[in-house]
Every structure is written in structure tokens, then in C-alpha cells.
Design a protein around this ligand. Structure first.
Ligand SMILES: [Zn+2]
Length: 411
């Protein structure tokens, strides 16, 4: 049993009106847009006030360090609220959160270890379109509206229609039930992506891993380029073909490069580009999720080599396959799923020569070293004459090394 934070993303459908026919408050597009605006407004105006104050400090010789914390920012927020009545429309926790982001930005700036840049204004063009509501007293939850349909309640803003999977809906119900202590909504971020709206719930849940039935196996995974992964039990996971998506993405990218930004044709192409890009990501993530779930389902130990995938991208022998497929995401998903199900997960250091060692006799075959020898897919061991498939051999070595490392850590 352990406590985990889970983020789930749910599509939401804001309406045009502010109230439904039965007089209930519902979330309209206007409300969301104005909250996104207010989120940015508070951040920018508090930052402007801090900058002014900083100038004064410098002018009168008090140095340039401004103390930015909750109490000083609360004063600024009060000033802003007194002058701008429209800020009252926003959720109070959302106002606070915007300010907290600013405080965090200053903390990072003053932290000598982080060396972050001085906070800058959030511009409409490049700022993320979102705002966050903290769940106080269960005022973010799902509940039935007067027509009997389940909807999300977003504190003061009202109710909103949503769509999600059965599994997520059940989790949301569980988290909304105050008598159930196994799950709790911490906060929700409302996002706008490509004209669509989403709510991302952060849920803290107590998780007991499912007991796994059947024989459990120890698995070593060799992550590659031509194939996504090869397992030590000789299973292969192939890369996904994303030809249609890629062609469309390249096509619209070309159109965009031929037109001026902000022109109508550019914008039209951009919408299509975003659409196809999203499609590609969704398809890929879906595939990875299924594959990683399959791997983790029957395992009790998983070992992966910590590959330097960024370096692959700059390698002329490998880069083409990497652009489309995301081995790093695949690896992260395995790690996350192992953690979730309490399965031991070991990362073997990238220096370990997993491809060169013979998994039978343990001798190292130097002939396989180097980028120019990546093409050798099968080989015979010069010492014990065993015939090896390059990737399977490598994954067996990764498993063995992983077990050694796990043993060393356990002692
Ligand atoms: Zn050998």
C-alpha cells in the first residue's frame, strides 16, 4: 500500500450560456477564457509592481533584492483587487495559485543552485492557456445535475459536461466521495489546447497493487532503433508505422513555411498541423501504453539499460527512426508502471557493453564495438561458437547485470 499522485486528463465541454434551463450555474467558454486571462493578469501585474519596487530600492541604495513571499504578494493582490473589480469573477484559489507561481519563479531565481532567469511577463502569444483551482472543502468534484447527468463541479464557476473512460470516471467518483479515503482530488488545471478544453485532475490515491496471477518472470529489455524493444524472453516489440501522420505533418509544415505567420493560410495550415501532430502523439502513446502494460503484467523484475537517446538523435546511423518513435517515453512508462505495481526496476548504466558480451560464456567480442558495426544483427561467439541474435543477447545481458546490481543493492 502506498500513496501515489495520479494525473488524469478529461475532455470538458464548456457551453455558450451561463445557466442551464433548470437555473443551475454552468461553466461557459466566456468564464474559462476570462479565468485564463485573470490568471495571466495577476501574474503580470504583481510582477510589474515588484519591478517598480525593485527600481525604487536601487534608486535609494537598498540593493536590488526584493522579498517575494506569500504575505508581501497578498498585499499586492489586495491592491489589484481594489482597483480591478473583474478579478472577483475568478475563483479565489485560482487567484492564489497564479500568485504562488510568481513566488515560485522568484524562489528559483534567488536559488544559487538553480541559476534561473529573472521572471518575465506572460505574453498572450506564448503563455500556456490554463489556470488551476485548488480543491478546498471538496468544492471540486463530480456530482449529478438537476437532470440526473454526472458533471464536474468547478467550485464557484459551476457545472460542466465531461467525457472520459469508465476507469477514470470511477476514480473521479471515488475521489469525490468524502467518505471514501482512498482517493482525493488535490487540484484541477483547466487547459485549452487547439480550441479544445481539458481538465487535468491531480488525484492523491492510496494504491494496493493487484496480485498477479501466473508465473512471474524476470525481464531484461534492450531498447533499440530498428525495433522498439527486444526482451530477454525473445519477444520483440516493433516500432509503430506512422506514415500517414508523418506525411501530413511534413506537408502542413511546408505550407506554413511558405506563408507569413498570422496570415489566414498560415493559420489554417497550423490548425491542421496541430491536429495531425496530436494524432501522432495519441496513437503512439496508446500503443506504448498497451505494450508496456503487457510487459509489466507478468513480471516481477525488470531491467533496462539507461540509453543516451539524445545522443542517438545526433547519430547519422540512427537518427531517422528516432524522430518518430520516442524510446524515452517508452522507458519512462515502463518505469512508472513498475513503480505503480511494486515491481523491482533497475536501470543498467549506459557504459555497460551489453551488446558485446556473449551471454553464454561471458567473453567480450570487440568486433561488435563502434557505430559502424551497428549493422551486424547476428554473430557467432569466437570463444564458444554460440550463434547470437544481437538484440536478444543484449537483453539477456541487461537482465543479468540488472540482477547483479539489485543483489548488490540488497546486501
Ligand atoms: Zn561465447
Amino acid at each position: 500500500m502506498k500513496v501515489v499522485n495520479k494525473n488524469i486528463k478529461v475532455r470538458i465541454y464548456p457551453s455558450k450560456a451561463d445557466k442551464n434551463d433548470k437555473g443551475e450555474k454552468i461553466v461557459s467558454i466566456n468564464k474559462i477564457e476570462s479565468n485564463i486571462g485573470i490568471y495571466r493578469f495577476i501574474y503580470n501585474h504583481e510582477l510589474a509592481l515588484i519591478n517598480e519596487f525593485k527600481l525604487l530600492l536601487v534608486q535609494y541604495g537598498y540593493g536590488d533584492k526584493v522579498i517575494v513571499n506569500d504575505s508581501s504578494c497578498n498585499v499586492l493582490l489586495k491592491m489589484l483587487r481594489a482597483e480591478n473589480s473583474f478579478l472577483e469573477k475568478a475563483e479565489s484559489s485560482s487567484r492564489q495559485q497564479s500568485q504562488r507561481n510568481l513566488i515560485q519563479a522568484f524562489k528559483r531565481y534567488y536559488d544559487p543552485n538553480l541559476k534561473s532567469n529573472y521572471p518575465v511577463f506572460k505574453h498572450k502569444r506564448n503563455a500556456k492557456d490554463n489556470f488551476r483551482i485548488i480543491n478546498n472543502n471538496n468544492n471540486v468534484r463530480i456530482q449529478k445535475n438537476r437532470y440526473g447527468f454526472e458533471q464536474i463541479k468547478l467550485a464557484k464557476l459551476g457545472l460542466i459536461k465531461f467525457k472520459t473512460s469508465k476507469e477514470y470516471r470511477e476514480l473521479l467518483r471515488q475521489a469525490s466521495n468524502t467518505r471514501d479515503h482512498t482517493a482525493k482530488i488535490k487540484h484541477v488545471t483547466i487547459k485549452k489546447e487547439n480550441t479544445k478544453y481539458y481538465a487535468v485532475f491531480n488525484i492523491e490515491c492510496i494504491h494496493t497493487p493487484d496480485r498477479i496471477i501466473g508465473p512471474l518472470q524476470q525481464i531484461g529489455i534492450d531498447i533499440g532503433c530498428s525495433k522498439l524493444a527486444v526482451l530477454s524472453n525473445e519477444e520483440e516489440i516493433l516500432n509503430l508505422h506512422l506514415t500517414e501522420e508523418t506525411e501530413k505533418i511534413i506537408h502542413y509544415q511546408k505550407i506554413m513555411s511558405h506563408h507569413k505567420p498570422k496570415s489566414i493560410r498560415y493559420k489554417k495550415a497550423q490548425i491542421q498541423y496541430n491536429k495531425w501532430y496530436k494524432k501522432l502523439i495519441n496513437k503512439r502513446n496508446d500503443y506504448y501504453n498497451k505494450q508496456t502494460a503487457d510487459i509489466v503484467k507478468n513480471s516481477c523484475f525488470v531491467s533496462v539499460q539507461n540509453e543516451n537517446i539524445i545522443a542517438w538523435k545526433h547519430n547519422k546511423y540512427l537518427s531517422r527512426g528516432i524522430q518518430l518513435n520516442a524510446p524515452r517515453t517508452f522507458m519512462d512508462q515502463i518505469e512508472y508502471k513498475c513503480d505503480w505495481n511494486d515491481i523491482e526496476f533497475i536501470k543498467v548504466p549506459k557504459k555497460f557493453p551489453s551488446t558485446q558480451i556473449c551471454s553464454k560464456c561471458g567473453e567480450q567480442n570487440e568486433k561488435l564495438r563502434g557505430q559502424e558495426n551497428l549493422g551486424i544483427r547476428e554473430w557467432d561467439c569466437p570463444y564458444c561458437n554460440t550463434h547470437h541474435d544481437r538484440d536478444v543477447n543484449s537483453s539477456i545481458n541487461i537482465l543479468r547485470r540488472g540482477l547483479e546490481l539489485a543483489g548488490a543493492a540488497g546486501q
